[in-house]
Ligand binder design. Structure first.
Ligand SMILES: [Zn+2]
Ligand SMILES: [Zn+2]
Length: 223
């Protein structure tokens, strides 16, 4: 289980991502509060030591709603717990959160006043507001080892904003493999990590029936 969790666990607090936040320079992901706190005393990524930004590292952080959605899908109960925690937090301070849940977007939504995109907590996790795409993930046949590392559930529905890197994480998690061992392919071509499902669908699957067929390949572990 430990190995499976590495893709959805924050290395700073050892818990599942909460408000998953990704460094745009190296694409490493942390909880928002963990990385913001960490960057008060450092300009480097805690995982790979990449310099994030010369003067204002927070500028190169992005809330990663797709990743958060993945975590919530993979960890039963986490979303409910987190929402309960937030509710209790607001209640304990006698604050009314109902206003935030209304139709209008709160202005300057981030209570920490950070210079990156504001985060509407009331809505961010609900991907039902997003367009979705249905995918079928087939293992690329390699002849031998047919039954090794094969997904039990090959149909996946995800946000059109999901990127190849998000899907690779899901695959790794479900197959119990390290990230570098899994690749996603479309018609035999390896897909780049930053490509979104929307781009892929529009450029290669427009007008065709769902699901969009993708292949994955698993590199053998070297000894
Ligand atoms: Zn954390
Ligand atoms: Zn990094």
């Amino acid at each position: 289980m430990k190995e499976l969790n590495e893709h959805i666990v924050c290395c700073l607090c050892a818990g599942y991502f909460i408000d998953a936040t990704t460094i745009t320079e190296c694409l490493h992901t942390f909880c928002k509060s963990c990385i913001v706190k960490y960057l008060q005393t450092s300009k480097y990524c805690p995982m790979c030591n990449t310099k994030i930004h010369e003067t204002q590292p927070l500028l190169n952080l992005k809330l990663d709603r797709v990743m958060q959605d993945i975590v919530y899908k993979l960890v039963p109960g986490l979303q409910e717990n987190e929402e309960k925690r937030i509710r209790e937090f607001y209640q304990s301070r006698g604050l009314d959160r109902v206003a935030q849940l209304g139709g209008e977007d709160p202005v300057g939504g981030d209570p920490m006043g950070l210079p990156y995109s504001s985060f509407d907590h009331s809505r961010a996790h609900y991907f039902r507001y997003d367009e979705h795409v249905s995918l079928c993930l087939e293992k690329q046949s390699t002849g031998k080892d047919k039954n090794k590392a094969v997904l039990q559930q090959k149909y996946v529905r995800c946000s059109v904003r999901a990127q190849v890197r998000h899907l690779r994480r899901v695959l790794c998690h479900r197959l119990g493999l390290a990230l570098q061992h899994v690749q996603l392919l479309f018609e035999g071509e390896v897909l780049p990590d930053h490509m979104t499902m929307k781009q892929l669908w529009l450029s290669h699957w427009f007008g065709k029936p769902a699901p969009l067929l993708l292949h994955y390949s698993v590199k053998e572990k070297r000894r």
